[in-house]
Ligand binder design. Structure first.
Ligand code: RAT
Ligand code: ZN
Length: 436
């Protein structure tokens, strides 16, 4: 039963990491009911904003010229520039090739002809492609990013069509509420919540809580999420007399209380600097170092609040990993955005295993186009396997024989169990509060 040789160990780990179904805990994918919110197909893959930024490094086209093109022409320009005129070596570009190949559209057969790929996909229906991609990528459940400030999305929820596919779960995204107040207040008023521009008014906070609860329940959201700049001004230790920022007021007075009342984790993605180059639109955001005392303050102050945390700067990774050891309500997740590359995943995952063992969530995909589930998870699974092989091998050499079941148990925790556990703990904490 026990694995005793390195080659056996390697074989079992490769197999288990390839087979184990994943809960992808943060994506920008949507169930079919969300219509145009769900992006899929070769033209969308080529317009992925990670590739847009790379395209502009080579082209002479002006930003305006590109944005004036229709979708098909944008895709053609990117294909020609990044895949035909030069080789698709970058993480994002090579990922497209992996996805196509694993979907049976072998580049050996289809070559450099974009229309050949288009033709091969033309007969597919959306629901067929969802089934196929989830099967190839071995995805069990996908968590969407659901924005109650998006009018189109609201229509889907209000028509009760948001939960029609059990493979897709919701996450309540609240960036606008926390980072764009009082513009958000205006939106809330339009939706029928009686808020004032002054967030600190008690009736306003009560109405913001009602807004959050209504949406969390309507969506059956698994958690609330915001992505924050590295210097977000959350004042966790300010004197009571000082006027607080709206972020502090809304977090303390609405977001955290609602998470605790409903038994939902709060997910923070920290370290984005939005629109460094607005001409790139969605591709124009950058990373920045974060002051993680914000996180330390929240974790310490709200010990019953489950926190799902990822940070964008490589420079913050060591600190975040150490901080996760200090607060059991922090669960670190994923290699986010500019860290979702082969070398960074390798570095971060090895270090996290070394400091946190199995108590973190190694990866989420952040996919915006359906087929990316294939390449992002394929690549991540392979790297995670490499790291686990070396870590288990150390045990093996010291006579700690491992069974396949033990490896399966650990990989299942990494690929979904740990996330589920955070959700369960948050629910338990709610009972605790209500019980007292
Ligand atoms: O990774 C991305 O696609 C980014 O554009 C962001 O959406 C980021 O993941 C976020 O959720 O804020
Ligand atoms: Zn995201």
């Amino acid at each position: 039963e026990q694995i005793t040789t390195f080659s056996e160990l390697e074989k079992v780990i490769r197999q288990v990491t390839t087979e184990t179904r994943v809960i992808d805990m943060h994506t920008h994918l949507y169930a079919e009911a969300f219509n145009e919110h769900l992006l899929w197909g070769i033209d969308e893959l080529l317009q992925y904003h990670y590739l847009t930024a790379e395209f502009f490094r080579h082209t002479d086209m002006t930003y305006d010229e590109y944005w004036m093109l229709d979708n098909a022409s944008r895709a053609e320009a990117v294909w020609q520039t990044l895949f035909v005129d030069r080789s698709p070596l970058s993480e994002a570009a090579s990922g497209v090739i992996t996805a196509l190949n694993r979907l049976g559209l072998s580049p050996t057969q289809y070559g450099r002809d974009l229309n050949a790929y288009r033709a091969a996909l033309a007969a597919k229906s959306t629901s067929q492609q969802i089934d196929d991609v989830l099967e190839v990528a071995k995805i069990e459940r996908i968590v969407m990013t659901n924005d109650p400030f998006d009018a189109k999305e609201r229509e889907v929820w209000q028509a009760s069509r948001g939960k029609s596919d059990a493979r897709f779960d919701a996450a309540l995204r609240i960036d606008k509420l926390l980072l764009d107040w009082p513009a958000a207040a205006q939106d809330l008023r339009v939706q029928g919540y009686l808020v004032e521009d002054d967030a600190s008014a008690p009736s306003t906070l009560q109405e913001v809580r009602r807004f959050l609860k209504d949406w969390a329940l309507r969506m059956d959201a698994l958690y609330l999420m915001v992505s924050l700049p590295g210097d977000a001004g959350y004042e966790h230790n300010k004197a009571a007399s000082v006027t607080s920022s709206s972020l502090t007021i809304l977090l303390d007075g609405a977001v955290v209380p609602v998470c605790l009342e409903l038994g939902l984790p709060l997910a923070l993605m920290i370290g984005v600097r939005r629109q460094v180059n607005p001409l790139l639109r969605l591709a124009g955001d950058m990373s920045m170092r974060s002051d993680l005392s914000l996180l330390e303050g929240i974790a310490k102050r709200y010990t019953n609040l489950e926190l799902l945390i990822t940070v964008l700067a490589r420079e913050n990774q060591h600190e975040l990993t150490v901080l996760s050891r200090k607060f059991r309500n922090i669960t670190l997740f994923g290699c986010w955005w500019f860290l979702h590359t082969e070398s960074m995943i390798r570095e971060l995952t090895a270090f996290r295993v070394e400091l946190l063992g199995t108590s973190f969530i190694p990866q989420h995909s952040d996919c915006r186009v359906l087929e990316q589930l294939i390449n992002k998870w394929d690549h991540s699974r392979g790297i995670i396997a490499d790291i686990l092989i070396s870590k288990y091998n150390r045990l093996l050499k010291d006579g700690w024989g491992i069974t396949e079941e033990e490896i399966r148990r650990d990989v299942e925790a990494y690929f979904g169990g740990n996330f589920q556990r955070v959700l369960d703990k948050a629910k338990q904490n709610r009972q605790l509060i209500q019980g007292t």
